[in-house]
Design a protein around this ligand. Structure first.
Ligand SMILES: [Zn+2]
Ligand SMILES: [Zn+2]
Length: 177
């Protein structure tokens, strides 16, 4: 007489997550950059920045006023109007240190060399940041979006041989530009 076949308990199949797409290294650091920007204290652009070398984070930075001084979110912006050569005007908040500058300054404070590193940022860096990036030895800049006044930065990056990549061609918008 045949032994009764044991009732097989159906094991659930391991989930292969067909919908899950593993982020690339650029996506990984851009996602971290966005999270870092959440700490920013100026609502004109809660930008973040991450500086990376050999897939490791060296420093991070976000938009904020100097340590120990009042924040835009608490005391309002320090607005500054710039009239350009062609007569157009643009408005800037000058209370804060840009995310890119803070990431570079953090390296200075901690004694970390940025030579040959890659910078991930929210917008294409402004002209001042672009010049600091060049002299800090950063070789590649990956920006999530374009910046409304990025022409000079793009030009100087090209001239200095900095690899500059835009993830989205659109220009980041914020109020009272
Ligand atoms: Zn501000
Ligand atoms: Zn800047």
């Amino acid at each position: 007489m045949k032994a009764k076949a044991k009732k097989q308990i159906k094991q659930p199949k391991p989930i292969k997550s067909p919908l899950y797409i593993r982020p690339s290294w650029d996506e990984y650091f851009l996602n971290i950059m966005k999270m870092v920007g959440g700490r920013a204290t100026c609502d004109r652009g809660r930008s973040g920045c991450v500086i990376v070398k050999n897939k490791h984070i060296l420093t991070t930075g976000y938009v904020g006023s100097p340590i120990g001084t009042s924040h835009c979110d608490e005391d309002g912006h320090e607005m500054h109007e710039v009239i350009h050569e062609d007569g157009t005007k643009s408005k800037h908040c000058i209370r804060t240190i840009h995310a890119e500058q803070n990431a570079i300054v953090q390296a200075a404070r901690m004694g970390i060399a940025l030579e040959g590193s890659t910078m991930y940022c929210n917008m294409l860096p402004c002209y001042v940041c672009a010049k600091m990036i060049i002299n800090a030895g950063i070789k590649r800049v990956v920006a999530n979006k374009d910046y409304h006044a990025s022409e000079k930065s793009k030009k100087i990056f090209k001239e200095a041989g900095i690899q500059c990549e835009l993830i989205h061609q659109e220009i980041e918008n914020y109020s009272n530009m």
